[in-house]
Design a protein around this ligand. Structure first.
Ligand SMILES: *Cc1c(COP(=O)(O)O)cnc(C)c1O
Length: 465
C-alpha cells in the first residue's frame, strides 16, 4: 500500500527503495518498484541481490536484465502460503510462463512447488527442458496446431481446450489406452480493463467456449473415453487492481461446475487464471498477493457452500505478479539532444527491442541512476531508445539527477513481458540476463552475438558474391 512504504515516495535519494530493514517476508513484491533486496551501497550505487549493478554492467555489458532470486522465490511462496492459509481444499499455483519463459525461471518456479502454464509448443518445450513435471503443466492457446496438440498429448501435460475445432481434433488424436487430461476454457462474461471491469452475458473475446455451449461441450466429452476432463478455466485480464472481478469469477466457475455435475465427467479443479497487477509507478496500488488470494479463496468457499458442492482443487495462474517485480533492466546512457522549449532527450543503448511495452501499450515505467543513487533529482527528461522509430521512448517524463554519458540507467519492474516480447529490431542482439543471489551473478540468458542475428539467414547461390 502506498501509505505503508513512504520510503518509495521520497522525491530524492532512495526514492524507490523498499524498506529493506523490515523483513522481506512482509513485503508483497507486486507492491514494490524495486526488487526486495535492493540497497544503496557505500559507493552510492544500486545493489540488487548483493551485486553492485554498475559492476554487473562492467562484467556482462548492457542492456542487461537483472533478476533477483529472493524476490521471485518470495512471490512464489506468498501465493502458495496464502492458498494454504485461506483455502481448506487442495490448491496449485501455476506460473504463466509467457510473462518470461526461459529455463532458469521455469526451474525456479518449479523448485518452489509451482506448476507451469504454457501457451505454445515452444513454451511447452522450454518448461519440459527445465525439468518441470508434465502433470503440473497446463497447455493453453486458442489455435494450437495439430503438431502442438500431439506434442501436448505425448508429453502428458493437461491441455486447456479453447474451442470446438480443438476439442474435435483432440478426440481424434487422443489414445483410449491413455486418456488425455483436458481442461475447458470458457468465456466467463467478466472482462477487465486495468481500472474497471464489466460483466456481460456474452463477450467479444477470441478465447474460450461460449458458456451457452457448455451443455453441448460436456455432453460431447462424456461420450469420449479418450478424453479425461479434470478442470474448468477462465482468465479475465491482466494488470488488475481490484479483487472483486476474481471473486465474481470464482462464483461463475462454481455455477458452471454445478452444470458439469449433471454429466458423467470427473471435473475436480477450478482455475481462476492470472491477472493480479503490479506497481510500475507510485500511483499503481494493487492489492497484495495475500489479500488477492484471500478474496478468491473466500469467494470460492462460499460459492461452493451455496451450491452444496465439495471444494474443488483451486488453481491460479499468475504471470506478471510473480515475475514482473523481480527484474530491472540496466542501460548505459549515451547521447543527449536538447529541443529548446520542448524537451530534452537522453538515449540509452536499448529500447523497444528489449522492452516493447511502452511503444505497444503506452506503459509507464520508473528509472533510477544506479551510479548516483542519492544525487538530487533536478531534471525532467525523455529517455529514448536507440531504434529507428520516433516512438521508441522508454519513459516520456523521467525525473533524474544531473547525468552524463556512461551513467547506468535502471528501469524497474521489467520482469514481465519484456524479454518474452523482445525482438531483434534493427538487428540488435537480444540482451543477456543474470540471476543475482547472495552477491553472485549467474548468467541465465547469454547475450546474442551478430552471428546469432544472422543464424537463420540463407543466401541463395545466385546472390553469393
Ligand atoms: C496471460 C495469461 C495469464 C497470466 O496473466 P498475468 O496478467 O500475467 O498474471 C494467465 N492465464 C492465461 C490463460 C493467460 O493467457
Amino acid at each position: 500500500m502506498l501509505s505503508t512504504h513512504p520510503a518509495q515516495l521520497q522525491n530524492s535519494g532512495h526514492q524507490y527503495l523498499p524498506l529493506t530493514d523490515t523483513s522481506v517476508k512482509n513485503l508483497s513484491p507486486n507492491q514494490e518498484l524495486l526488487p526486495l533486496t535492493a540497497k544503496v551501497n557505500s559507493s552510492d550505487c544500486l545493489e540488487i541481490g548483493g551485486c553492485d549493478v554498475t559492476k554487473l554492467v562492467e562484467e556482462f555489458g548492457s542492456p542487461l536484465y537483472i533478476l533477483d532470486e529472493v524476490t521471485l522465490r518470495t512471490a512464489c511462496r506468498q501465493y502458495r502460503e496464502a492458498l494454504a492459509r485461506y483455502y481448506p481444499g487442495e490448491s496449485l499455483v501455476l506460473y504463466a510462463s509467457k510473462a518470461w519463459s526461459c529455463l532458469a525461471v521455469c526451474a525456479i518456479a518449479a523448485s518452489e512447488g509451482l506448476g507451469i502454464d504454457v501457451v505454445s509448443g515452444g513454451e511447452l518445450y522450454t518448461a519440459l527442458k527445465s525439468g518441470v513435471d508434465a502433470d503440473k503443466i497446463y497447455f493453453h492457446g486458442n489455435n494450437k496446431s495439430t503438431a502442438e496438440l500431439e506434442q501436448g498429448i505425448e508429453s502428458g501435460c493437461t491441455i486447456v481446450v479453447d474451442n470446438w475445432l480443438e476439442l474435435r481434433n483432440l478426440a481424434e488424436l487422443a489414445q483410449a489406452a491413455q486418456p488425455t487430461r483436458i481442461a475447458i476454457r470458457l468465456t466467463p462474461g467478466i472482462e477487465c480493463h486495468t481500472h474497471e471491469y464489466i460483466r456481460t452475458g456474452h463477450l467479444d473475446s477470441k478465447f474460450g467456449f461460449d458458456p451457452n455451449s457448455l451443455d453441448e461441450v460436456f455432453a460431447f466429452i462424456s461420450q469420449k473415453p479418450n478424453l479425461n476432463c479434470i478442470s474448468l478455466h477462465a482468465h479475465i485480464g491482466s494488470q488488475i487492481f481490484e479483487s472483486q472481478p476474481h471473486k465474481d469469477l470464482a462464483g461463475v466457475l462454481v455455477d458452471y461446475l454445478t452444470k458439469a455435475s449433471h454429466y458423467d465427467l470427473s471435473i475436480s479443479e477450478l482455475n481462476v487464471g492470472g491477472g493480479l497487477g503490479i506497481r510500475y509507478t507510485e500511483s499503481d496500488d494493487p492489492p497484495s498477493i495475500d489479500t488477492w488470494v484471500q478474496g478468491v479463496c473466500e469467494a470460492m468457499v462460499s460459492a461452493c457452500k451455496r451450491q452444496q458442492l465439495p471444494l474443488p482443487k483451486l488453481l491460479c495462474e499468475p504471470g506478471r505478479s510473480l515475475i514482473g517485480p523481480t527484474c530491472v533492466t540496466a542501460y548505459t546512457l549515451g547521447s543527449r539532444k536538447v529541443v529548446p522549449q520542448i524537451r530534452t532527450y537522453v538515449a540509452v543503448d536499448g529500447g523497444m527491442s528489449d522492452n516493447p511495452r511502452p511503444i505497444t501499450y503506452q506503459s509507464l515505467y520508473r528509472v533510477v541512476v544506479a551510479n548516483r543513487m542519492s544525487a538530487p533529482l533536478t531534471e525532467t527528461l525523455t529517455i529514448a531508445g536507440k531504434h529507428c522509430e520516433s516512438g521508441d521512448v522508454l519513459i516520456k517524463e523521467a525525473t533524474l539527477p544531473k547525468t552524463e554519458p556512461g551513467d547506468i540507467f535502471v528501469i524497474m519492474s521489467t520482469g514481465a513481458y519484456n524479454y518474452s516480447m523482445a525482438s531483434n529490431y534493427n538487428r540488435l542482439p537480444r540482451p543477456a540476463a543474470v540471476l543475482v543471489r547472495e552477491g553472485e551473478a549467474h548468467l541465465i540468458l547469454q547475450r546474442e552475438t551478430y552471428q546469432d542475428v544472422i543464424r537463420q539467414d540463407r543466401l541463395p547461390k545466385f546472390l553469393t558474391p
